[in-house]
Ligand binder design. Structure first.
Ligand code: LLP
Length: 429
C-alpha cells in the first residue's frame, strides 16, 4: 500500500494534489510520501523483529538526505558502497556503528575514510575478494587499527531477475565462492589489521520469491557450522537486500513478512546477529515521477506521447527494459495499477522523452488513457534507483525532489539550473 491515490478526480500524494506540486515546483518532479517510506521501513523491522535485526537501508536506492534522515530517526542503519555514500549517510545523521560498507572496488582512501568515520569507524566492511582482505588489513594496520569484516560469499543461487542485477551467481563479479569460505577464513585467521567474523550475501534485485533466500541461507548456515567447528567466530550474518516491489501489478511483490516467515526459522537462535540491507522495498513505492506531456506525434504505424521526462531522469526502462506503471494524474485513477488493466477508450503509444536517443523511453507499446499536450502523467514506483541513477545527459538539469507529509510539502532538492551544469568546469568563462 502506498499514499499515491486518486480522489476528487485527480492524483494525490497523501493530502496534496499532484497538480499543485507540479504548479509549485515544475516538472519533471520526484514526489515522495513520508508515510509510505516509513511504513515500508517499519514493515521490514517488524517482520524480522524475532531475530532483532540491524536494518541497514541501502542508500544507493535513494540517498536524498531528508529521506535518509527520516529513516535514521526511525532507527535505521545504512548500507553504503562508496565514499560518497558514506559521506551522505553520515550527513544524514547515521551512527557510524550502524554502517556497513560493501562493494568489490573500495579504494584506500575510502577504506581510510570508513575506518575513521565518527572517530571509531564504521561497524563493518563486507569484503569481496582475497586481494581486498589483504589490502584492507594493510590499510587498517597502517592506521593503527583493526578493521571488522564480513566475507561476502557467493552461494551460486539464481534469484530469477534481470541479468544486470543478478549478483549471487558464480559468474558474477561479487563475493567469494561459498566453497572457498573456509579456506579464506583459515588463510586470514591471524592476519593483523583485520577481524573476519561475519558472512554476507546479496543475491540480486528485485526478487519475487522466498526460495533463493531460503536455499542460500541453508547453504551458508552449513558453512557457518563448519567454520565454527574449525574454531572461527561467526558473529553475524548479513542477508543483503533485494525484496521486490509492485511494478507491474498489485500482487507482484511478496510482503516482506513472507520473506521473514521463511527466513526467521533459519536465522533464529543460531548464535549470530542478523543484518538486512533493503533499499527498493523501503523507497520504491514511496515515490512517483511527475511529467508533463509536450507533444503527440505519429510515425509510421506508431503513436508517440512525448513528455518532459527523459532517460536522464529515469534510466530504468532504457537500461533494463524495466516496467513502470503510468497514468494521467487528472480524472479517475486506474481500476487497478495492473499492467493488463482494461482501458476501454485507451490508445497504444510509446511514451518517450526529449533525449536524442532511440532508447529514450519510459514505456513502449503501452495501452494508456488518451493524453494531450499539457496533461500531467505520473510514473509510479519511482522512489528507488530513479533519482539516484539520474544524470545530466543532453545537458538536462536533474529534476527537483519534494517530500510530502500529510498536507505539507517541502522541497528536499531544488531543480538543477543551467549554471549548475557548468559550475564545476574550469578553464573557460
Ligand atoms: N546490498 C547490496 C550489497 C546491494 O548491492 C544492493 C543493491 C542492496 C543491498 C539493495 O538491494 P535492494 O533491496 O534495493 O533490492 N539499479 C537496479 C538495482 C541495482 C541494485 C544494486 N544493489 C535497478 O534499478 O533495478
Amino acid at each position: 500500500m502506498d499514499h499515491f491515490q486518486h480522489k476528487n478526480g485527480e492524483l494525490y500524494c497523501e493530502d496534496v494534489p499532484a497538480s499543485t506540486l507540479a504548479e509549485v515546483y515544475g516538472t519533471p518532479l520526484y514526489v515522495y510520501s513520508r508515510a509510505t517510506l516509513l511504513r515500508h521501513y517499519q514493515q521490514v523491522a517488524e517482520a524480522f523483529a524475532p531475530v532483532d535485526p540491524t536494518v541497514c537501508y541501502s542508500i544507493k536506492s535513494n540517498g536524498n538526505l531528508s529521506l535518509c534522515r527520516l529513516l535514521v530517526e526511525a532507527g535505521c542503519g545504512m548500507d553504503v558502497t562508496s565514499g560518497g555514500e558514506l559521506f551522505r549517510a553520515l550527513r544524514a545523521g547515521v551512527d557510524p556503528k550502524r554502517v556497513i560498507f560493501a562493494g568489490v572496488g573500495k579504494t584506500d582512501a575510502e577504506i581510510q575514510q570508513a575506518l575513521t568515520a565518527g572517530g571509531e569507524g564504521i561497524a563493518a566492511f563486507n569484503v569481496e575478494s582475497e586481494a581486498e582482505i589483504e589490502n584492507l588489513a594493510r590499510v587498517a594496520q597502517a592506521a593503527d587499527t583493526v578493521a571488522t569484516a564480513a566475507l561476502r560469499v557467493n552461494p551460486d543461487v539464481d534469484p530469477d531477475t534481470h541479468a544486470y542485477t543478478t549478483t549471487g551467481k558464480k559468474e558474477t563479479k561479487f563475493g567469494v565462492d561459498l566453497d572457498r569460505a573456509e579456506a579464506v577464513f583459515d588463510k586470514y585467521r591471524d592476519l593483523p589489521g583485520i577481524r573476519l567474523a561475519g558472512l554476507h550475501m546479496h543475491l540480486g534485485s528485485p526478487i519475487y520469491s522466498v526460495e533463493p533466500y531460503v536455499l542460500a541461507t541453508q547453504k551458508i548456515n552449513a558453512t557457518i557450522d563448519r567454520l565454527r567447528e574449525q574454531g572461527h567466530a561467526v558473529e553475524w550474518f548479513d542477508i543483503g537486500g533485494g525484496f521486490g516491489v509492485n511494478y507491474e501489478h498489485p500482487d507482484q511483490a511478496l510482503p516482506v513478512s513472507d520473506f521473514a516467515d521463511a527466513l526467521v526459522p533459519l536465522l533464529k537462535d543460531r548464535g549470530y546477529k542478523v543484518a538486512i540491507e533493503p533499499g527498493r522495498y523501503i523507497a520504491g513505492n514511496a515515490g512517483v515521477l511527475l511529467g508533463r506531456v509536450l507533444y503527440r506525434k505519429t510515425s509510421g504505424s506508431k503513436s508517440f506521447v512525448i513528455s518532459d521526462v527523459g532517460m536522464n531522469d529515469l534510466l530504468r526502462p532504457s537500461l533494463y527494459g524495466a516496467y513502470h506503471f503510468i497514468w494521467p494524474t487528472a480524472g479517475d485513477g486506474p481500476a487497478s495499477r495492473d499492467k493488463d488493466v482494461a482501458i476501454p477508450d485507451g490508445e497504444t503509444v510509446d511514451v518517450v522523452g526529449p533525449v536524442c536517443e532511440t532508447g529514450d523511453f519510459v514505456a513502449r507499446g503501452r495501452l494508456l488513457p488518451k493524453t494531450e499536450r499539457g496533461d500531467l502523467i505520473a510514473i509510479y514506483t519511482a522512489g528507488a534507483y530513479a533519482f539516484s541513477m539520474a544524470s545530466n545527459y543532453n545537458n538536462r538539469p536533474r529534476p527537483a525532489e519534494v517530500l510530502v507529509d500529510g498536507d505539507r510539502h517541502t522541497l528536499v532538492r531544488r531543480r538543477e539550473t543551467y549554471e549548475d551544469l557548468v559550475a564545476l568546469e574550469t578553464g573557460v568563462g
